[in-house]
Design a protein around this ligand. Structure first.
Ligand SMILES: Cc1cc2nc3c(=O)[nH]c(=O)nc-3n(C[C@H](O)[C@H](O)[C@H](O)COP(=O)(O)OP(=O)(O)OC[C@H]3O[C@@H](n4cnc5c(N)ncnc54)[C@H](O)[C@@H]3O)c2cc1C
Length: 427
């Protein structure tokens, strides 16, 4: 067992300590230093921005180039509260910021913005460079364990260094940028919620969002690793359709996932937590109405020989790995001669292609969730400064707050905007 000593350190004087070196913390630290503060950033992992490095499948979808007025539609919680931060440091500001840091950007389908190099590490390195350029002291392997508060004001904090020693720093301002609890291996383990909770902040229920959905559909284990594009997915809660999304999805060990499913997962998770019935219907042929699909099937059948199997028809309509599962779903043998297939069976095929139903029994846990919904209640944080309305000198930025958005670059934009605003704090 490592010996743990507590000691007062003769640290240099800091105006602000940023807790957490993720997207929000690095932006906050660099900005705070740029406006004249002496800044220390404490990061518990061995290097900063571990999560940024894995974003966008290693390519980092850093923001979205849609007009900023359209951002609200993609922010799922507290969109209005975020308005000040988002207009103070917009998606254009983010793009300009990285371009000035020498990172060339490209805008792809859905107005998603990526580094042209295709390397998320370029974004992480640019953020770190921004901090170093303004003399932020970055100290890794340093986990903040306590924020010291008296008379409604921050006066310091304690952290544990890599040798297991607890150090104490006196400081009047802290920016809590510890992230949520998703992908905890990147360092985000919810410490910020504990700090906020200890001083009486309300924490909105924390739950996974943008997370795979688990189905106990009998065919699910036969369609693992299948990737589908141009499909329409409809989410039903207690029998009512509540949302639909168009795009791509996949099946994996974790269940249903991919962009379309992740976007539906926010509402699905909440419904499952309320113990409501949840199902996803997949329209595998969204460009065709049922009537047009019926005509298409007739044409295909006319081209086939009577002794061809039913599976051959299905193969002409869907990717190969789905053929047998769809035959099983219809309860029609894949080797049934096409000439023997009844009108009712053709009709069932049309129904499944236009609305294959998957009951959703669960959602994948935080370790697979792209973001955390819930967190420090925005109603107790000043939207113009990101300062706590309860404790002077305590600021919040990024996913630790009760904010979350769709996929498409919006979550990082929230981290940059709130981080930037928090960093503008006055000495
Ligand atoms: C796989 C994956 C892909 C994603 N892809 C995208 C994408 O392409 N586009 C997009 O917009 N969003 C994406 N996101 C979401 C986005 O990455 C997050 O919303 C964003 O990184 C949140 O930034 P943050 O700074 O608030 O928190 P984090 O990035 O989680 O950073 C928090 C930091 O605080 C540190 N920390 C925690 N506790 C302490 C403590 N006690 N002391 C010191 N340090 C501490 C952690 O180690 C961590 O470095 C993705 C997320 C995941 C998991």
């Amino acid at each position: 067992m490592e010996e743990i000593l507590e000691m007062e350190m003769s640290h240099p004087h800091y105006d602000v300590v940023v807790i957490g070196g993720g997207a929000a913390g690095l932006m906050a630290a660099g900005t705070a230093a740029k406006v004249g503060n002496k800044v220390l950033l404490l990061e518990k992992m061995e290097k900063p921005a571990r999560k940024v490095r894995i974003t966008g499948k290693g390519r980092c979808n850093l923001t979205n180039a849609r007009p900023v007025e359209e951002f609200g539609e993609n922010v799922r919680t507290n969109a209005e509260w975020l308005n000040v931060a988002m207009s103070e440091f917009t998606n254009r500001s983010t793009m300009r910021f990285f371009e000035r840091m020498g990172v060339k950007l490209v805008t792809e389908r859905g107005e998603r913005v990526f580094p042209a190099s295709g390397k998320a590490a370029d974004i992480a390195n640019a953020l770190e460079f921004y901090c170093r350029d303004y003399d932020v002291e970055i100290q890794c392997n340093s986990r903040v364990t306590e924020i010291l508060v008296a008379d409604g004001k921050v006066y310091g904090l304690k952290y544990m260094n890599k040798r297991g020693f607890v150090r104490k720093i006196e400081v009047a301002n802290v920016i809590i940028a510890t992230g949520g609890v998703s992908y905890p291996a990147t360092g985000s383990t919810g410490d910020g919620y504990t700090f906020a909770d200890r001083v009486g902040h309300k924490i909105e229920d924390v739950r996974p969002s943008l997370t795979p959905l688990v189905s106990n559909h009998p065919q699910i284990e036969y369609i693992k690793d299948v990737w589908l594009k141009n499909i329409n997915a409809r989410l039903f809660v207690a029998g009512e359709m509540v949302r639909e999304e168009f795009g791509e999805m996949s099946f994996s060990d974790r269940g249903l996932e991919g962009a379309v499913i992740l976007r539906l997962s926010r509402d699905a998770v909440d419904a499952l937590l309320e113990e409501k019935s949840v199902k996803i219907e997949l329209d595998l042929k969204p460009a065709l109405t049922e009537d047009i699909l019926r005509e298409r099937i007739k044409r295909e059948v006319a081209e086939m020989r009577p002794e061809d199997f039913f599976a051959e028809l299905v193969r002409r309509l869907v990717p190969k790995p789905l053929v047998v599962p769809i035959c099983k779903e219809l309860d029609v043998h894949s080797r049934l001669y096409i000439s023997k297939v009844s009108d009712k069976e053709f009709e069932r095929l049309i129904k499944v292609l236009k609305g294959w139903s998957f009951p959703i029994s669960d959602y994948a846990p935080f370790q697979y969730a792209v973001v955390t919904a819930g967190g420090v209640s925005c109603s107790e944080v000043n939207e113009y400064t990101m300062e706590s309305l309860k404790i002077k000198g305590m600021y919040f930025a990024g996913e630790v707050l009760d904010v979350d958005a769709n996929t498409g670059g919006y979550n990082l934009q929230i981290a940059f905007s709130t981080g930037h605003l928090a960093g503008l704090l006055k000495k």
